[in-house]
Design a protein around this ligand. Structure first.
Ligand code: AMP
Length: 450
């Protein structure tokens, strides 16, 4: 095949210049397919996760179309609306668009929850070309009549499956209902559970469908290691591993916010500069932690899955799964934080006795066995052994049961059968009334849908 270039895809000069400055020499596969389709006005369904270059895939054509025959936006209006599930992702999308659009004269802003709304209202007062928003706060400001959606001609939903997991789908639907029918729309999702398939039917018109790097493939460029280690020795093992200076930019994943704090505190006590990022922290604290990590001032970022979703930091040397995720897809998302944009990376997982079930699910999904590595930690002390034998108190775990109790509910490999007909009585009510993600049963038969 001849080499594809951004120029060959029809990208205009000011954007080419910005891309060259970023050293984007070759379009990624999703960009190669999406850019011409979107420049041609098509709708798009992108089945892709972060790391594939999807932001530029939708961002470049968006910027280009908005700058041709540009006219100023009306007060409180936005011409393009991008919805993202998390605040970090929203900020990041806007940063990327600013980068690609730095030689264009387009106005953009971000609306997100967790921070004071006044600046956002002020930023919207004269209108913008591009608005990046999380759904809840945007809906709020629309209801307060501080934002109008009747001039939106381009609509993008990013990480739609995460919107679903986080209970935002109903808000997304409400927002869709407020948009002009005549518009270009795009939806990106790493997976395609039923509710997202339905949303795409309601939201997109004969979309170009682009599917890149099926989930189970992402792992290819990543060296994966596994340590079987008792829970009480995980910190010690992490400390030992971090003596290796090659681990210079590390994300450590825990399942719970509490766990994230404890690991970060332990590392700080051991002299490793680190910070935690999770949903209980204020937006400012999260951004601060992220900036410290991005700038290299912190060597380790400890994160929960949701907080880390979409975080785009280049050159992450290692991902450590301090605790295995209870959703096998999260493993793929996590390790995809390293080896971004064609690089290579190392993923290290700790697995204790209670996590064997999670490990089996993961290995089934990625269709490979992760090779265990021996460690030379000493035998457990008497105290550690006692701690281990106590039933584990599951901080933040929804049922108050110990981890690893996934015998029936959590179905390996998308499994047997139907989604549970009604919710778990202990499960928190979701704002949108959709089933909590740990009950989504067959929805997990994802990428084949749509
Ligand atoms: P995304 O999937 O949008 O989160 O992008 C993943 C990473 O790839 C980001 O760090 C982008 O800056 C980078 N990236 C996107 N497109 C290209 C490209 N064509 N060449 C090199 N890097 C890229």
């Amino acid at each position: 095949m001849t080499d594809v270039t951004f120029e060959g895809l029809g990208v205009a000069e000011p954007i080419l210049r910005a891309l060259a400055a970023e050293n984007y020499t070759t379009p990624t596969p999703i960009q190669t397919r999406a850019i011409p389709a979107l420049l041609g006005g098509r709708d798009l369904l992108g089945i892709a996760q972060t790391g594939t270059g999807k932001t530029a895939a939708f961002g470049i054509p968006l910027l280009q179309r908005l700058s041709v025959g540009h006219f100023p936006p009306g007060p409180k209006q936005a011409k393009a609306l991008i919805l993202a599930p998390t605040r970090e992702l929203a900020v990041q999308i806007e940063q990327s668009l600013r980068t690609y659009g730095r030689f264009l004269n387009l106005k953009m802003t971000v609306i997100l929850g967790g921070v004071n709304q006044n600046t956002q209202i002020r930023n919207m007062s004269k209108g913008v070309d591009i608005l990046v928003a999380t759904p809840g706060r945007l809906l709020d400001l629309v209801q307060q009549k501080q934002v109008q959606l009747n001039a939106v001609n381009t609509f993008i939903v990013d990480e739609a499956d995460r919107m679903l997991d986080m209970g935002f789908i109903r808000d997304v639907r409400k927002l869709v209902a407020l948009l002009p029918r005549e518009r270009q729309s795009m939806l990106f999702s790493a997976t395609m559970p039923d509710d997202i398939v339905k949303l795409t039917h309601d939201m997109l018109r004969s979309p170009e469908r682009i599917e890149v790097t099926p989930q189970s493939k992402t792992a290819d460029r990543i060296e994966q290691k596994l340590y079987f280690v008792p829970a009480p020795q995980k910190r010690q093992l992490l400390g030992e591993l971090l003596k290796d200076v090659a681990m210079n930019r590390v994300i450590v994943f825990t399942r719970t916010k509490h766990g994230a704090n404890k690991v970060a505190e332990f590392l700080t006590r051991s002299g490793v500069v680190s910070d935690a990022i999770h949903g209980n922290k204020s937006q400012n604290a999260r951004q601060r932690a992220l900036d410290m990590f991005k700038s290299g001032k912190a060597r380790v970022l400890v994160a929960t899955d949701i907080a880390a979703r979409g975080i785009d930091v280049d050159n992450i040397s290692h991902v450590v799964n301090f605790e295995l995720p209870n959703e096998p897809e999260s493993y793929v998302h996590r390790i995809g934080r390293t080896a971004r944009a064609g690089g290579e990376g190392i993923a290290i997982s700790f697995c204790d006795a209670s996590e064997r079930g999670y490990l089996r699910d993961i290995e089934r999904l990625i269709r490979m066995k992760i090779e265990p590595v021996a460690h030379d930690l000493p035998e457990l002390t008497e105290e550690q052994r006692r701690n281990q034998e106590e039933p584990r108190r599951a901080h933040g775990h929804r049922h108050g049961k110990p981890h690893g109790h996934n015998k029936g509910g959590h179905k390996p490999g998308g499994g047997r059968g139907e989604a549970l007909p009604h919710g778990d009585p202990h499960a928190p009510a979701k704002r949108n009334g959709s089933r909590p993600h740990w009950h989504r049963g067959n929805d997990k038969k994802r990428t084949s849908a749509a």
